[in-house]
Design a protein around this ligand. Structure first.
Ligand SMILES: [Zn+2]
Length: 280
């Protein structure tokens, strides 16, 4: 359910606005504890300012935004119902998170060789469920399972997602992390080709301690993020609904309509990096 990314422009802006409002209201630093929090936030804001400059510099140096032809499977997708939740999907600093080469290569974690028989069977069951989730998306964006991690675009691991404490700008304190059933994290890298191209990889971590039904829903949901739906639906009947429900959602017309709209948007992914990439 949880998304993680490398850049967070909105968060920086929010911290800046928060602090600006305090100064406008003329709040003074009287109580030591508050002073500590305020000073801490000032420090964070200063870092954020420099990061903001850095973000703009990065943006100038990134490849330009480009649109690409729709993959044939999405091109041929038609529905009488045009309903979607595209407005919920906010573009990333690099634009929309699209795959450009198909089939998208998916790596599934394999059981270690020394695993006892009963554990190995459980692991294989997990793999079967993950394969089912891959099959759900395959008619809309072709996917293929690969054996090597280094070949993969999307990597799915059978493990408890890492817990990370997050700074809450409202309180100045760290929120205690909650256990997550599954997470998707995006990573960027440069291709080894010349000129170098901006590429991405999606890493999905799935807690295996769930019922088979939830496991299937969670992996299908995370694959939706991995394929570019970098946000959530407000409707319970969509696979990309942001929370667990008692009903088990299926992939919906709204999910695919949204995916099709996303793949019509521009991205910097796949663009070439040159020394003279000025702002477009
Ligand atoms: Zn999610």
């Amino acid at each position: 359910m949880k998304l993680r990314g490398n850049f967070s422009k909105n968060k920086m802006f929010k911290i800046y606005q928060l602090l600006k409002n305090w100064f406008i209201k003329g709040k003074t630093l009287i109580i030591c504890r508050q002073k500590f929090i305020y000073l801490w936030l000032i420090t964070i804001t200063l870092i954020s300012f420099s990061s903001n400059v850095l973000t703009e510099n990065i943006e100038n140096k990134l490849p330009p935004l480009q649109t690409h032809p729709l993959p044939p499977e999405l091109q041929s997708w038609q529905s009488d119902n045009p309903d979607n939740y595209f407005t919920e999907i906010k573009p990333h600093l690099v634009g929309y998170l699209l795959w450009l080469d198909f089939p998208v290569k998916v790596y599934l974690e394999s059981p270690p060789t020394n695993l006892p028989e009963s554990s190995r069977l459980k692991f294989q069951k997990w793999q079967e469920i993950a394969e089912k989730a891959i099959a759900v998306w395959h008619p809309y964006l072709p996917l293929i399972i690969v054996r090597e991690e280094k070949e993969a675009d999307i990597l799915i691991y059978r493990r408890q997602p890492k817990l990370e404490a997050k700074l809450n700008p409202e309180t100045g304190l760290y929120d205690l992390p909650r256990a997550k059933a599954a997470t998707t994290t995006i990573k960027f890298y440069l291709s080894k080709t010349q000129p170098q191209k901006l590429q991405h990889q999606m890493i999905i971590e799935v807690n295996p301690n769930q019922t088979d039904d939830y496991l299937l829903v969670n992996i299908t949901h995370e694959l939706g993020h991995g394929l570019g739906i970098w946000g959530h639906s407000p409707e319970k009947s969509d696979i990309m609904y942001y929370s667990h429900t008692r009903d088990i959602p299926q992939i919906s017309v709204r999910d695919i309509n949204t995916l099709k709209l996303i793949y019509q948007q521009p991205t910097r992914i796949g663009g070439k990096l040159t020394m003279n990439n000025e702002k477009q």
